[in-house]
Design a protein around this ligand. Structure first.
Ligand SMILES: [Zn+2]
Length: 287
């Protein structure tokens, strides 16, 4: 997601970041780690955060400003989003660090065509037997999009239609086409497990409308659709950590969690409040 200025998360981050210059300025509080991870996208040492387990079957293998997720199954691995530029090896290295083998990746789900999510897929497509899945119209958009850094792009593969599923072993992921951020942004709907207990997780692949009225209308319709199907959703998965102001706090809480403590990413109210905010903001854009 790029260059959107109106979502509540961005507004909050923008206020926190007032005066930010990448260095500590006398008289101003130093930027928080979360804020630096959001803004210093070229700071490779900062961005290369260690991978971590979030649920029994879900791991974070992204960098500080944009996510990549590994879903493990009894028949191989599924990767969601693939990073870009200096970070295209990062998910593969992270998968190895976690003790898995990237050659077991069977599917890559690309939430939408923007290069911060898709550019790394060209590298992963070299691995034998990997299938890439993205919304049908986003495959077309990918080939027409500006590519200022001349990233190598993945070749068109599975063109997802609304309601399609990806099944690997006993795991099934449902893909909803929820356009507006891009023509065929995906919602990724699946089950995560915490010590064996299942939770419904939902990743809305593009949580801000693209430019223009038509995109805003499409986005609002997608948000309304999520409202219709969100009843059982307990876990929000964000494409960018900065979309959740508490993301890195949750990660810290997860790391120091004691037996019996609640899982910091199980927060049904947070999901619903977020969708309500998106609804309000999208409606306001159309007024
Ligand atoms: Zn995007």
């Amino acid at each position: 997601m790029r260059a959107k200025t109106w979502t509540p998360a961005i507004v909050v981050a923008g206020l926190l970041g007032t005066g930010f210059s990448g260095v500590e300025v006398a008289g101003q509080a130093p930027a928080s780690r979360a804020e630096r991870l959001r803004r210093e996208t070229d700071n490779v040492a900062l961005q290369n955060v260690a991978p971590f387990k979030v649920f029994d079957n879900l791991y974070y293998v992204g960098v500080g400003y944009v996510g990549s997720r590994l879903v493990t199954t009894n028949q191989g691995l599924i990767l969601i989003d693939t990073l870009e530029g200096a970070y295209t090896e990062h998910p593969l290295e992270s998968i190895r660090k976690l003790g898995f083998d990237p050659r077991n990746i069977k599917y890559v789900i690309l939430t939408h065509y923007h290069l911060d999510h898709t550019a790394g897929a060209a590298r992963i497509q070299e691995l034998p037997g990997v299938r890439l899945a993205m919304g049908d119209a986003d495959w077309d958009a990918l080939t027409q999009a500006p590519n200022p850094k001349a990233e190598r792009l993945p070749r068109r593969d599975i063109a997802v239609k609304d309601g399609d599923t990806i099944t690997l072993g006993s795991t099934t992921i449902t893909l909803h086409v929820l356009g507006g951020h891009t023509p065929a942004t995906l919602g990724v709907d699946f089950t995560v497990y915490d010590a064996g207990k299942p939770y419904r997780a939902f990743m809305f692949g593009g949580a801000a409308p693209g430019p223009g009225r038509e995109a805003a209308e499409q986005f609002l319709a997608s948000v309304k659709r999520i409202e219709q199907m969100q009843d059982g959703v307990q876990v929000r998965i964000v494409t960018h950590p900065w979309m959740d102001p508490e993301f890195w706090d949750r990660v810290d809480r997860l790391a120091t969690r004691k037996p019996g403590d609640p899982h910091p990413f199980v927060a049904p109210d947070v999901f619903r409040a977020w969708i309500a905010e998106l609804d309000e903001a999208a409606a306001a854009r159309l007024r």
